[in-house]
Design a protein around this ligand. Structure first.
Ligand SMILES: N[C@@H](CCC(=O)N[C@@H](CS)C(=O)NCC(=O)O)C(=O)O
Length: 203
């Protein structure tokens, strides 16, 4: 079956699937279809693939379209047999991935607030409430509360690495590394993977 990933080079949710695609050697089986989309201006291909208009979405030739990065990554991992959701720590990995996705959601919504909302409708308190979610997640990761951050490569780790890079890409002034040396070291080690270098967000 052939597959097409509706994607964008700046989305951290898309990047999770792009990194998996490279780590699992799925380049020949998953084609890329870039779109430019956002909450106020949905790309027709994104809307056609997903009623929510969100990316990533995965078109499967002759079968249903998959939506949501967690669903897509789980499916691609099974397709490739890459074992990025190992059975013996499945729920730890899924929780770690959920945490990273939550960080992305907050970080993306902060960007939308700044870029898409008229200045008079912006709420600094709301933006800081979103950042508070991110910084609590960073602190939990730094303390080692999420065990799946350690050990063999898994999808939770990939998601965290994508979330951290997105913070640097979109919120460089937050300087989260100052309070999180362990996490900064994790990010640096992870950045050496070719899959991460090849997918670093580009404006
Ligand atoms: N839970 C979704 C979130 C996807 C998401 O929010 N993607 C953003 C791009 S970073 C998007 O498509 N935004 C357009 C919109 O909100 O309409 C996932 O994990 O795939």
């Amino acid at each position: 079956m052939s597959h097409t990933l509706i994607c964008s080079p700046t989305s951290p949710f898309v990047r999770k699937a792009m990194v998996l695609r490279l780590e699992a050697g799925l380049q020949d089986r998953v084609a890329l279809q870039p779109v430019a989309t956002n909450a106020l201006n949905t790309a027709p291909d994104a809307r056609a693939a997903n009623p929510l208009g969100k990316i990533p979405a995965l078109l499967r030739d002759g079968d249903s379209t998959l939506i949501d990065s967690r669903v897509i990554c789980r499916y691609l991992d099974e397709l490739a047999g890459s074992n990025l959701y190992p059975a013996d720590r499945l729920y730890d990995v899924l929780s770690l991935e959920a945490l990273a996705d939550g960080m992305m959601e907050s970080a993306v919504s902060m960007v939308y607030e700044a870029l898409l909302r008229p200045e008079t409708e912006r709420s600094p308190a709301w933006v800081e409430a979103q950042w508070s979610k991110v910084s609590h997640a960073l602190a939990a990761l730094e303390r080692g509360d999420f065990a799946a951050l350690q050990g063999d490569l898994n999808m939770g780790q990939i998601a965290v690495a994508c979330a951290l890079d997105y913070l640097d890409f979109r919120h460089p002034n937050r300087n989260w590394q100052a309070d999180c040396p362990n996490l900064a070291a994790f990010q640096k080690t992870f950045a050496a993977r070719a899959s991460m270098a090849d997918t670093y967000p580009a404006a």
